[in-house]
Design a protein around this ligand. Structure first.
Ligand code: HGY
Ligand code: MN
Ligand code: MN
Length: 414
């Protein structure tokens, strides 16, 4: 058996798998449209299980639809070190977000299986359900960590009907989602490789970012309610135009966060006018509001300020306002011992590394609630992500997968 520090992933095989995966939900501009539980996503997941089976790994799908490949390389009754990410994408997203981490995890298991290495823990490569929150943010990792509560699935983004139809399509049901909870005593840790989705690594010429922690995320649906009227005959000063409240809120929310919460972010990612016609003054405008911050107290302050702002803008245009809370993901710190293992692994591979915080949310922030969890980032060209322009040099992907392999070997030996 080779010296463990000499083990490397198979870069060609890894790339071939990556290219095949990118075919599921491929868009004409080189991106991916693979929302959670869509046909393209289910096809990709089936392919992942088939591939794992061909490698000779056991496979498993849990009650939350999380897909796993398992390598029993530890002692009988031993704990399992989890490695993973997600195969779903945002609508019209990129090829790397999530996909890279799942295939790197699988590659790590394949290398260790091929070498016949015995470790102190078993290994599992995981693809979590709906990381991107097409329906419920981090559905799979919330369920796996035992954090998922009935109230978290009461208001799925996109509505109940489409959520339930998607669950049925995937052979899942709402009641059993909660049974996916893992016993923390069986989990040795969680490791994830991901693209940075920012520009810091590229700008500093550093190939590996070791994640220190990630932001908390909250989201709301806001509905401004006015009155439908004839767009040609109702005088401008007598309209109750819901679009004006929603638009004024969007502009002023940006100013508010930039002025009063420097370094934090707000986004209005979707807006819908009803009835939605050229010649009808909008009766209702519903918008998707999301904001992020690195500390809980800042999220509380932003929430209060943004909801107050929405009320002010509604009053300004004579509108009603309804607010519906959706996602509430707390900020998380990554485990220090896991960060040290990633640093040591980078040194073994002679790769420069640096600590980085994450402005994106990741499954690791829920896994961190039940086990030592950590992540590494690899450089994203121009920082583009959640877009078909997402790109990471292949050598950087390979470096990341090798750091994941070495860190997994180190942690699985303790
Ligand atoms: O939205 C996020 O931060 C992540 O990509 N799910
Ligand atoms: Mn993403
Ligand atoms: Mn991701």
């Amino acid at each position: 058996m080779a010296e463990l520090t000499a083990l490397r992933i198979d870069a060609n095989r890894f790339r071939a798998n990556f290219e095949t995966l990118a075919g599921f939900g491929a868009t004409a501009d080189g991106g991916i449209h693979r929302p959670a539980l869509s046909q393209a996503h289910l096809d990709a997941r089936r392919w992942f299980l088939q591939l794992a089976g061909q490698i000779g790994l056991e496979t498993r799908v849990d009650e939350a639809g999380n897909h796993s490949a398992l390598l029993g390389c530890g002692p009988q009754g031993g704990r399992t070190l989890l490695l993973g990410s997600h195969l779903d994408s945002v609508p019209y997203g990129g090829r790397f977000d999530g996909a890279l981490g799942v295939l790197a995890a699988l590659e790590v298991l394949q290398v260790i299986k091929t070498e016949g290495v015995s470790l102190n823990t078993h290994l599992e490569a995981l693809d979590f359900t709906d990381e991107e929150g097409y329906f419920v943010d981090f559905l799979g990792s919330q369920a796996c960590s035992g954090v998922l509560k009935p109230e978290h699935i009461q208001a799925p983004r996109g509505g109940h009907d489409s959520f339930h139809a998607a669950l049925r399509r995937a052979g899942m049901n709402q009641a059993s989602l909660f049974s996916a909870r893992r016993d923390p005593a069986t989990v040795a840790g969680y490791l994830e490789l991901h693209i940075e989705q920012g520009t810091r690594l590229v700008e500093l010429g550093v190939p590996i970012g070791i994640v220190t922690g990630m932001v908390g995320i909250r989201s709301f649906k806001l509905r401004f309610i006015g009155r439908a009227d004839h767009a040609g005959t109702m005088p401008m000063n007598r309209r109750l135009d819901a679009a004006l409240g929603a638009s004024a809120f969007t502009l002023s929310a940006r100013e508010l966060v930039m002025d009063e919460f420097p370094g934090q972010v707000v986004n209005v990612g979707h807006m819908e006018f009803k009835p939605g016609a050229f010649n009808v003054v909008p009766q209702a405008a519903t918008l998707a509001l999301e904001f992020r911050a690195d500390e809980d107290h800042k999220l509380d302050e932003m929430e209060a300020a943004l909801l107050q702002l929405a009320a002010i803008q509604a009053r300004r245009f004579g509108l009603g306002l309804e607010t519906e809370p959706l996602v509430r993901t707390p900020p998380a710190r990554m485990n220090t011992r896991v960060q040290e293992a990633f640093a040591e692994a980078s040194q073994v591979l002679d790769l420069k590394h640096m600590p980085l915080s994450s402005g994106a949310g990741h499954d690791a922030q829920y896994l961190a609630q039940i086990c030592p969890a950590g992540m590494i980032f690899v450089p994203s060209r121009d920082g583009f992500s959640h877009s078909s322009r997402e790109f990471t040099e292949w050598q950087d992907c390979v470096n990341g997968a090798n750091v994941l392999l070495q860190a997994a070997l180190m942690l699985a030996q303790y």
